[in-house]
Design a protein around this ligand. Structure first.
Ligand code: SAH
Length: 250
């Protein structure tokens, strides 16, 4: 049995209770050493076999899993944040299906949620934006043309950009090309929820200079949109004049 487990965004106590239990029970752990907090391995039992997937190919990961299965062992595949976001999990699921190896998935706190907590932000502010666009600047991994930054930026929604900290010069130009003003508020969160987390607040127009000046090149999220500012409407849900299924308004 293979359990895909979301490790959470960094802080060791942000893994789910279920994820921690699965780690504690695992005979073999394959963890993404480039991004997962190594302290999480303290949840593993003594004699657990541990592999760092940042040194491995997909084929090598599958070999380790196959060997564990043959020996009747339980494997945890530990991914940073939540595996559904840039986790390269689907190719593993499909390979395990083909091999007839059973697996399940335990969610995790994605870094975009960790960053919102660090920023004390709400991405979906009434009167500002009701949409969160998760995307990335095109780097080595191409992004479909229909999802270019200018076309996504044209919505003026909240944007959370992964994997883009080293591409801010082009990104800034494309965000403006798409319609954000120079003074649209933005933030950069480096290693959200880790002990060495850093938060930089800026605007779209100062994004590149801010990131360049900080020396941050990776493990950061860029958040753009009016939700990083101070203007919004209060919610209807908690408005005294608004009736809901649970409460009648006056
Ligand atoms: N599955 C992960 C994302 C993996 S892609 C998740 O759900 O968060 C790796 C990218 O995620 C990094 O380049 C960075 O953009 C972002 N990232 C991961 N952990 C982060 C953290 N703690 N703080 C800020 N960004 C993070």
């Amino acid at each position: 049995m293979v359990h895909f487990v979301g490790a959470g965004s960094g802080a060791v106590d942000l893994i789910t209770v279920r994820g921690a239990r699965l780690l504690a029970d695992a005979d073999v752990v394959i963890w993404a050493g480039s991004l997962v907090n190594p302290e999480l391995l303290t949840y593993c039992k003594a004699f657990c076999e541990i592999h760092d997937s940042s040194l491995l190919t997909l084929e090598q990961v599958l070999e380790i899993i196959k060997r564990a299965e043959a020996a009747g062992k339980t494997t945890v595949r530990l991914h940073t944040g939540d595996g559904s976001i840039y986790g390269a999990v689907r190719e593993q699921f499909d390979a395990l299906e083909k091999l007839g190896i059973e697996y399940d998935v335990c969610p995790g706190v994605s870094s975009f949620c960790g960053a919102a907590a660090s920023l004390k932000a709400e991405y979906t502010l009434p009167g500002v934006s009701q949409t969160v666009i998760i995307s990335r600047a095109a780097g080595k991994t191409p992004v479909p043309e229909k999802e270019s930054i200018p076309s996504l930026a044209s919505h003026g929604a909240t944007m959370v950009l992964f994997l883009s900290a080293s591409l801010t010069e082009k990104l800034q130009g494309e965000l403006i090309e798409g319609g954000y003003s120079q003074n649209t508020p933005a933030a950069v969160v480096y290693k959200a929820t880790w002990a060495d987390e850093r938060i930089l607040r800026c605007t779209v127009g100062t994004l590149h200079d801010t990131v360049k000046g900080s020396g941050i090149k990776k493990t950061a999220l860029i958040i753009v949109g009016g939700c990083m500012g101070d203007e919004y409407m209060r919610s209807l849900l908690y408005d005294p004049g608004f009736s809901t299924e649970f409460r009648s308004g006056n």
